[in-house]
Write a protein that binds this ligand. Structure first.
Ligand code: CMP
Length: 140
């Protein structure tokens, strides 16, 4: 099915100047960028976005990292976009990420792991609405 997913290029990858390389992988993978914005998240925004992880031991480190610099946030659209994006990203921990994936090539650690992508249709809908009004999304 035609799906949309929320993608974030995290502060580590923005600092490495690889936004374009990562966008190129989305496009070559058949995904279209239908919305995008650069943003330096406030603590409240980062905590709200990752609210499902609030009780996890890595929550504070995750929030600190996500507010350490600007991020690039986009909505990706395509057939099976959620799984496709996860395939392009590779495993959460770059040590486990398959060769040629975004995390294998650009991530340094499980915290500084270059990208975030929604994991299911329900979370994709919530995450997209967290950052974008429907008028900011341009289906083509
Ligand atoms: P992300 O897809 O953005 O979702 C939550 C983030 O928490 C995850 O990527 C990792 O960067 C970070 N994280 C840190 N430690 C862990 C862990 N043990 N398990 C899962 N995610 C972790």
């Amino acid at each position: 099915a035609l799906e949309r997913t929320l993608s974030i290029i995290k502060p580590d990858a923005v600092a490495k100047n690889v936004i374009g390389e990562i966008y190129s992988r989305f496009e070559k993978g058949g995904l279209k960028v239908v919305a995008s914005k650069m943003k330096h998240l406030s603590r409240k925004e980062a905590e709200g976005f990752y609210a499902v992880h609030r009780e996890r031991p890595f929550f504070n480190a995750l929030v600190e990292f996500m507010i350490s610099g600007p991020v690039m946030i986009q909505v990706l659209e395509g057939e099976g976009a959620i799984a496709k994006n996860r395939e392009l990203m590779g495993a959460t921990n770059p040590k486990d990420a398959a060769a040629g994936t975004i995390r294998a090539d650009f991530a340094d650690s499980i915290d500084a792991n270059a990208v975030h992508g929604s994991d299911a249709p329900e979370t994709a809908a919530v995450e997209i609405a967290y950052f974008f009004a429907s008028t900011e999304i341009f289906s083509r």
